[in-house]
Structure formats: C-alpha cells, structure tokens
Ligand binder design. Structure first.
Ligand code: HEM
Length: 71
C-alpha cells in the first residue's frame, strides 16, 4: 500500500484528496485499497490484523469478513 511519491493518486484526483471507497457493496469490486494490493476481503482483514497488531482469532477474522460481505 505504499504511495508512490511521483504519481500520487491523490494528486491526480479531482479534489486533490483520496476518496476512500465506501464499504457498502465493497464485496462487489475487488481488488481492494488504492493500489489493488488486497485481492479479497479476507486479505483486507488479514492485512489490518497484521499491520495494526489486532490479534484476531481465525473465527474473528472470518466473522469480520462475512460482515463486510453483508454491507
Ligand atoms: C479492521 C478494521 C477495518 C476494516 C475491516 C477496514 C476495511 C477496509 C476495506 C474493505 C477497505 C478497502 C476499500 C476498497 O478498496 O474498496 C479499506 C480501505 C481504507 N481504510 Fe479501512 N478498515 C478498517 C480500519 C481502518 C482504520 C482504523 C482506518 C483509519 C484510521 C481505515 C482507513 C482506510 C483508508 C484510508 C482506506 C483506503 C486505503 C487505500 O485506498 O489504500 N481503515 N478499509
């Protein structure tokens, strides 16, 4: 999810800001994150779990993934 300095998405967008994708209906349009670095919602949850040190159990990761799929 590294932001390339030279060709920033934000700099090229109409507002000059990131537009964070709403989570509603996110299950319908993989891949995820601005650089498409997560292929599935399972991967999104695993990335947050690792990066933020959430320490989720596999059951919790799967519950969160299923929740995201329901939005
Ligand atoms: C476990 C908790 C979280 C979940 C399940 C979650 C879920 C998601 C998902 C599914 C996306 C991808 C949207 C897409 O590409 O269509 C996303 C992107 C994003 N989320 Fe989260 N999120 C969480 C926590 C957070 C927190 C705590 C923040 C900010 C403090 C945050 C800020 C963002 C931002 C800025 C993006 C866009 C990043 C990019 O495009 O590279 N999220 N999130």
């Amino acid at each position: 999810m590294a932001e390339p300095e030279a060709t920033s998405y934000a700099a090229r967008s109409a507002t000059g800001l990131y537009r964070t994708t709403p989570l509603r209906g996110a299950w319908q349009h993989p891949p995820y994150f601005h650089d498409g670095s997560a292929a599935t919602l399972e991967e999104v949850v695993a990335i947050y779990d690792r990066r933020q040190g959430l320490g989720l159990t596999s059951g919790e990761r799967s519950d969160l993934t299923e929740y995201l799929k329901s939005l």
